[in-house]
Write a protein that binds this ligand. Structure first.
Ligand SMILES: Nc1ncnc2c1ncn2[C@@H]1O[C@H](COP(=O)(O)OP(=O)(O)O)[C@@H](O)[C@H]1O
Ligand SMILES: [Mg+2]
Length: 335
């Protein structure tokens, strides 16, 4: 950064918006730990940016107006409802501030898994057959075949998903739907369970410069029953999961996965970075599960830094790339 060599040029000023995890409550499950905040702040500071921490609170609008920011590095998860991830980006656009990552529209759609599936389906991308149920009075559509997986339609971080989420018959389904509606006051997504290998693909960039990283396989070591990559597995993955990148697969299948990930990223209007989850079924082929346009950036834990690392992009490079990519996007005026 040349600014460090020239005292007259102020350092680029970065506001860093985030929701801090202050407790282990489920409400804060998607929030970021102080370690993640400090790790990102350290990278940005060491890369020559002047960083202001902006924890999300009711005072955020005033804080954003209190000084000049060249750009906002946004990882805020927001609060309440399926628009929560979009709240801070919407505010930033309202205040005409530049920020990293996708805008409110993309974040709103992608947090709603069913809505996202409708969009990708309209582009002929395969995704498991599904039905959304709004209350306990549902009728299972005949197109759905057991086993099925049931998840809250607008959650992340595996909230509401565990090995108990897979059901083999209508009785089990009814029981699970009842339990989930007792916990989550939101529609549920019933989806065909894809018994196959699981992959996640990291993407960085915009327009012609989109860089799709080689996929990382989330390999289940205990191949019994129906494996899913849920919170408890991720917390305690040793002996259960192998993260393999590049994955052992036919080059044409890997190419298809990377091209499909890029197509999904573009049709949903993602910006700067995202992570796309897939399953590959021996009978049904490549199936899109979900996209995370606000992927976790916890060093040594979140999948996005792990994929980047395995693709030769260290943590500091990942974080600084995001800010550079966003800055270039505004310069190029590519929305
Ligand atoms: N239709 C499906 N078939 C097979 N496994 C699934 C399906 N949907 C979700 N899973 C499993 O559950 C995990 C979490 O589901 P996902 O929709 O990605 O939710 P989250 O937003 O919590 O990451 C996936 O990584 C996968 O292991
Ligand atoms: Mg996921």
């Amino acid at each position: 950064m040349t600014a460090a060599n020239d005292e007259k040029v102020p350092l680029p000023s970065v506001g860093f918006t985030f929701n801090l995890k202050r407790s282990k409550s489920e409400r804060e499950a998607e929030f970021d730990s102080i370690d993640t905040i400090k790790a990102i702040e350290k990278v940005l500071t060491e890369s020559g940016y002047e960083v202001t921490l902006l924890e999300v609170s009711e005072e955020l609008p005033q804080k954003l107006l209190s000084k000049h920011f060249d750009i906002i590095f946004n990882i805020a998860e927001g609060e309440n409802g399926r628009s929560r991830e979009a709240q801070v980006p919407a505010l930033l656009d309202f205040l005409n501030l530049k920020f990293t990552g996708s805008d409110a529209t993309t974040l709103c759609i992608c947090l709603d898994k069913a809505l996202t599936k409708h969009v990708v389906l309209s582009h002929n991308i395969k995704t498991p057959a599904f039905q959304v149920v709004y209350d306990r009075d549902y009728k299972l559509e005949s197109k759905l075949h057991f086993p099925l997986i049931v998840k809250p339609n607008a959650e992340g971080s595996s909230k509401g998903i565990s090995s108990l989420s897979i059901v083999k018959n209508k009785r089990e389904l009814r029981r699970l739907v009842t339990t989930l509606f007792e916990t989550y006051t939101q529609p549920l997504l019933i989806e065909e369970f894809i018994d196959g290998r699981e992959f996640t693909v990291g993407i960085l960039g915009n327009g012609d410069d989109v860089k799709v990283m080689r996929p990382m396989e989330i390999e289940f070591l205990q191949k019994k029953g129906h494996n899913i990559y849920d919170y408890s597995v991720k917390q305690d993955f040793i002996g259960k999961i192998e993260y393999t990148c590049p994955p052992k697969m036919k080059p044409e299948n890997e190419r298809l996965m990377m091209e499909t990930a890029k197509k999904i990223y573009n049709v949903l209007g993602c910006r700067d970075l995202a992570r796309v989850d897939f399953r590959m079924s021996p009978t049904k082929g490549l199936q899109f599960i979900e996209i995370n346009p606000l992927p976790g950036l916890a060093p040594g834990y979140s999948d996005m830094p792990m994929i980047a690392e395995k693709n030769g992009i260290g943590y500091a490079e990942l974080v600084t790339s995001v800010i550079k990519i966003a800055t270039e996007r505004y310069l190029g005026d590519a929305v």
